[in-house]
Design a binder for this molecule. Sequence first.
Ligand code: ATP
Ligand code: MG
Length: 779
Amino acid sequence: MSHEPKSDFIRDIVRDDLAAERHTEVVTRFPPEPNGYLHIGHAKSIGLNFGLAREHAPDARCHLRFDDTNPTTEDVEYTEAIQRDVRWLGYDWGENLFHASDYFPQLYAWAEQLIRDGLAYVDHLDEEAIREYRGTVTEPGRPSPFRDRSVEENLQLFRRMRDGEFQDGECVLRAKIDLAATNMKMRDPLLYRIRHSHHYRTGDDWVIYPMYDWAHCLSDAIEGITHSLCTLEFENNRELYDWIVERVDIPFHQPRQIEFARGNVSYAVTSKRKLLRLVEEGHVAGWDDPRMPTIAGMRRRGVTPEAIRAFWDRAGIARTYNVIDYASLEHAVRDDLNTRAPRVLAVLDPIKVVLENYPEGETETFDAPYWPHDIPKEGERPLPFGRELYIERDDFAAEPPPGFFRLVPGGEVRLRYAYVITCHDVVRDDAGEIVELRCTYDPDTRGGNTERKVKGTIHWVAAHTAVDVEVRLYDRLFAHEDPAGAAEAEDKDFVDFLNPQSLEIREHAKVEPSLAAAQPGDPFQFERQGYFVVDETSTGDHLVFNRTVTLRDTWAKVSQSAEVVEREASAQKRAEEKARYKEEQRRAAAEASTEPELSAEDQERASRFHDELGVAAHDAAVLAVQDEEVRAFFSAAIVGRKDRAAAIAAWMINELLRELKDRDLDSLPVTPDTLAALVGLVEDKTITATVGKEIFAEMVEKGGDPVAIVDDRGLEQLGDADALLPVIETIITANPAQTEQYRGGKTALMGFFIGQVMRETGGRADAKLVRELLVKALG
Ligand code: ATP
Ligand code: MG
């Protein structure tokens, strides 16, 4: 984690104000209206306001103020939820908890003052007439017939409003400003309206309630707020904010309103009105349903406050409207849970495996580490093993598609931490559903040790100690990236865009026995499946796990053709950018080597890399001029692998240095060992260079052991003709026109066919072999 001071235009303003001694302290506030639960968007504002106070401590504070001026929608349940959520996010208002409703008497007194100054009047026009009289952007407003009432009459009417002598909507108090103002907010804005309802704090004391524009700025002024930060939709309110504050007697500096862009996240709605509808209409189980973008929902989903803060930190504060992809929130969540969630085994959709040659009644245990080796944490647990196991239904295929490397009839697969097993028989019930797999295990492969190559590794749980649990597989609540926008554009309702698959329940999942004692809130990674958290309703008798997030972005894979094209275009751009970068490096290296003041030390290093380690000349030069930490990375990577130094250097220069253009080596989760392991996989042709680069991109994002990644996902190069021929046949049959043209002499189409095969195999095919096979098959 970097601890660099954060910087954005608001923080700059605050720093400047302090430097110029416009203020001696910083006072901010977070002003929620208690009419719903806080959502992911609020977290941005909370992080900014409370963050600023923290950054300027001890001469700073952030108030939590309930903007409770609307009795009809507000509730004490919400004030409690809001406090809980702000605290959970990691912030503390200390003694500074305030309520706008506490200021009602003061706000009322100031309103009378405004009337006495001839700057406000009671208007008996109804809502619609007021709107009509106000004019439009191109047309000035007309004065209400009640605009020129005397001060005396206004005072009297306003007091009668307060005393409950009028019905709701019968009259309002308006500021008397300027009906021709270009800013519509200045055309005699409403200050008070009548609401005969019970307020959750002031009860029936009041029947008139201040409007936002009157209450907000004056609450800020009363509390001595120095910087009143709000979202862009209040930009036009700023003029009114200043107008009002200047016209009342306050003993403080005038607070300054500054606007920033709302935080929007795709695949979510963040309007409390819409969230309330989801709750009230039963689309979700409540405000804290784990699919809700509320703080309470995300907490129950297993998202941590650190992940939310990191997400908004990365997004930054600016004034331009933007929507952040939900995937980047998920990314922040994975990033955080990676070092927090121990790895365990769980089978969500179990199918039984019987190991026929494993002695009946016998058991043994394996010591399984909780953490992969790139995470500096220790701990392990015994993992029981026996004759009967559960594996994931998906990890077996009776009729495997090409490239399926898990269990198949007659095939082998490695059980994570345990043995290699072979499937001999498939037992089905009357309906043809598979109920059991009869397998044998190979005792010589204990602990996963094998000389021979076994392509897939799967997870499992021993039946005799398995714990039966409920698993809730949550997914995105909406299937559309912009449900509110789409509803408007297509004249639909936003709930039409709910994702019907946002929750799938597995009532009888099987987990390893170490999870029997898991407590609500405990995070886990179920290997190969995702991050999960123990639900707050979970008990020892009935454990319930919520899926927080899958291990990979499953939504990116939805391959609508437009998306594919877009992705290919961006791959192309990446390749071009890479080529350019390589060229730059080469030029820099060339310059460096002719540069007279290139230190003798650098030159000496370059020739050592070249002569002793066989690193290509220009790579050696580039490497020689790098910072010490980069060179140390290289030295560490080649320990025991000097024969691969050239390849490791090339990967560092072509791939790793590129990443370092805008990141620190420190912050990259790639280690010398994992990079060297990856290079090894490419060099010994276990994987193709294409797959190698994909894995590298993934390692840059979230670390990981390339050997395990290849293993788990079966990314090995398809290097045998048997595996490739069916794919080649499919491609030829699917492209009759191109086949005919090729056969008619247009051999340049070879590239097209190779490309198709590579795509079909996810880049895993050995390109040379593919070419050979295609030449044969196409004749
Ligand atoms: P909603 O439209 O959901 O009712 P709101 O802005 O009316 O939201 P409030 O409770 O008044 O909700 O918001 C409290 C504070 O949080 C305000 O200062 C508001 O500007 C800020 N806020 C609300 N939504 C966002 C968001 N998406 N991004 C950043 N700040 C937000
Ligand atoms: Mg609001």
